[in-house]
Design a protein around this ligand. Structure first.
Ligand code: ZN
Length: 414
């Protein structure tokens, strides 16, 4: 039996489904997150496997878990990333669930529960892949790191703390377990958001044409904005960048001409485009309007940006993942782009390392009623992750000794 078959013999769908269920039962609904309990649970799981483990505080009752398995040589780290938090189940959504979203059940090979797809199934597959490598006693050349973050569904406080802390300084590449139906995603859209605040001047509405109506001006602005697209060239895989007006605030009273109107704009970015270019395009529209109408006045307030990214298809990470999929599924890997923004944005922009997204479950089942992941995909994902490790570190000279798990970073006092 070669190394990969030995590892595969320790990967069982039922085992990963059981771990996924355990993760789902520990509440980490964001907001407020409160991922600390789940961070401790996953830390204990990794400690039991002989990994060096650190619980990294992020905010009150919020934490990341980081585990490291030492390889034979100091070659750096291959990182597997997942997130601990899940989105809430709204009251309307609750009535559409056939089962309790927080008491996972398996029916006809599908595990139902909040986070089954996004992304506790992926986290469980990572944990079980490392467990199988340990059980098979396969020595690996370099290190494996498992990074489970808080607040991915919020402002990504977890990954920002992680990438800013130096814990990942030996990271060479990262596989992000987000629901992609185990297809390989080598690019991802970025996102930016901000407010356009349009000014006016109050007046009594009984006086026709008195004052400057900020809501009417906002309507003209929206019309003009939606008549065009951001100027950046479309991406061959992810398509166009675009804007969406997602919130509107305005008005001072029933018969007062409104003197302010705020429009929240959500922008989706493609690789090669940054948020500044996006907002410059919005600014161009505002300037055109100001030139045509001297009562028009507006300001942009940018709230934030998560960068779009892409990983070259001939990079070591991409080649590794493709071979791992080929060896696991016995078919040519499909390469796609991931439409949503993930922790991967920060691994790319803050650490400058190649990122791939690959995980069990599908985006279409995420954030909705009866979210599920198939047990078959859980098993496939764990196999692919394990194959990635072996391919990435290209294990040779298998001597059957367990990997060295000497401590690399201090375990904080509990
Ligand atoms: Zn997710």
């Amino acid at each position: 039996m070669d190394s990969l078959d030995r590892v595969f013999s320790h990967i069982r769908g039922e085992r990963i489904a059981a771990v996924t269920s355990d993760l789902i039962k520990i509440s980490s609904i964001n907001p407020p997150g409160n991922e600390e309990e789940l961070a401790r649970w996953t830390a204990d799981f990794m400690k039991d496997m002989g990994m060096d483990v650190m619980i990294q505080p992020v905010a009150r009752r919020r934490a990341n878990t980081v585990g490291k398995l030492r390889g034979r040589e100091r070659k750096g780290c291959l990182v597997f990333s997942g997130h601990l938090d899940v989105v809430p189940v709204s009251r309307e959504e609750q009535s559409a669930w056939r089962t309790d979203p927080f008491q996972p059940v398996i029916e006809q090979g599908r595990l139902f529960g909040r986070g089954a797809a996004d992304a506790k199934g992926g986290a469980a597959a990572i944990l079980c892949a490392v467990e199988a490598i340990q059980k098979a006693r396969i020595p690996i050349a370099g290190d494996i790191m498992v990074a489970l973050s808080a607040d991915e569904e919020g402002t990504m406080l977890g990954v920002r703390t992680l990438t800013g802390s130096g814990v990942l300084r030996e990271a060479r590449a990262v596989v992000v377990a987000e629901p992609s139906d185990n297809r390989l995603c080598l690019s991802s859209r970025g996102q930016t958001s901000g407010w356009v605040n349009i000014d006016g001047q109050t007046a009594h509405t009984s006086l026709q044409d008195a004052g400057v109506n900020a809501i009417h001006a906002a309507a003209r602005f929206i019309d003009r904005l939606l008549g065009r697209r951001p100027s950046h060239q479309p991406h061959p895989v992810l398509g166009e960048s675009y804007w969406t007006v997602t919130m509107i605030h305005g008005g001072a009273g029933e018969s007062i001409v409104p003197d302010s109107c705020g429009l929240h704009i959500d922008g989706r970015l493609v690789p090669g485009q940054n948020a500044q270019q996006f907002w410059d395009d919005v600014e161009t529209v505002l300037q055109e309007m100001a030139e045509a109408d001297d009562t028009f006045s507006a300001r942009i307030n940018i709230l934030g940006e998560a960068a779009a990214w892409e990983t070259p298809p001939d990079s070591i990470l991409a080649e590794t993942a493709k071979r791992a999929i080929q060896k696991t599924l016995g078919k040519e890997p499909e390469v796609m782009g991931f439409p949503a923004t993930t922790d991967g944005a920060y691994f790319h922009s803050q650490l400058g390392i190649p990122v791939a997204i690959l995980g069990p479950g599908s985006l279409s089942s995420s954030h909705g009623a009866n979210e599920f992941v198939s047990v078959e995909q859980l098993e496939e994902a764990a196999r692919i992750y394990a194959a990635c490790v072996l391919e990435y570190w290209n294990t040779e000279g298998d001597d059957g000794k367990p990997p060295d798990s000497s401590r690399l970073f201090p375990v904080p006092e509990q």
